[in-house]
Design a protein around this ligand. Sequence first.
Ligand code: KG4
Ligand code: ZN
Length: 331
Amino acid sequence: MIILGIETSCDETAAAVLEIKQGKFKVLSNIVSSQINLHKKYGGVVPELAARMHTENIIEVVNQALSQAKITPKNLNKIAVTAGPGLITALLVGVQTAKTLAYAWNKPLVPINHMKAHLYASWLENKKITFPAVALLVSGGHTEIIYLKSNTTMKKIGQTVDDAAGEAFDKVAALLKLGYPGGPKISLLAQKGNNKAFKFPRPMINENNFNFSFAGLKTAVLYTVQKIKNLNMQTKADLAASFQQASIDVLVSKTIKAAKQHQVKTIILSGGVAANKLLRQTLETQAKQNGFNFFKPPHDLCTDNAAMIAAAAYFEKDKNQKVTANPNISI
Ligand code: KG4
Ligand code: ZN
């Protein structure tokens, strides 16, 4: 089976071609056209500009995905597109393009939940995932713990009550004037810092649920920064390291707790923040120490891409699905 994936939920215009043979995934092409340079001067994504840029680039990105995969439209079995969650202006470009291509090429069209697709990025490693499992799903807009009974049966068992983890990384990076997107900048700078230099709270770490809160942690960093007279590079590195450690302590502790309480076999890490080296290492180590199998996406498939959208489509039924952009769908 060959699937074309299309993703435009935020600030990456992406298309990928995925081949699935006997249940094994092979990414034939994975094109991601990033809009970072456009949005960084505003310190975040401007929805209107994102949509305009998607419109400019989407056809070229799809063409590149097909030609790099050495595929013509007639070889495709289906087209998959992100239907939500995301920015409505941005989602509409991908959905409308995919609908047009599916009509013109006479292919089934599968609407995909972007957060589910982040999960399926871990399947692209072709390792056999054992169930039941819990997944920590950490991105710029979402922080959730998902219980998976099988490849396709899943339910949300916890989520952030305010900011998402990635959002907190981005806001703390903005506070330290490190630029956008903040996650990679914080993790890089944190390598030069002392993670015990500042004592930041670990919100909700001891509560007997699987919810998170990052707004208070972000505010704690803000109040600390406001008191510092000389914010030099070393102090910024110490702040970055201390903030990163506090976030990771909460994410890892709650995930391990969820895995134990639900007596699962496996822990899965996914979403853009899964690109964070320390989070990858810490969760993997603690998962294995506690006897769980551990799966994570390849580093380059953690942040938004269309290979994961195509992978999700492999698990979806493609008959009679009405395809509309919906910014608020959830797992
Ligand atoms: O999943 P994603 O690409 O987009 C959404 O669906 O939101 O996630 C983007 C988020 C951003 O907040 C970004 O700062 C964060 O993932 N991120 C990271 C790292 N790389 C990306 N956060 C921490 N450490 C990283 N290395
Ligand atoms: Zn995403």
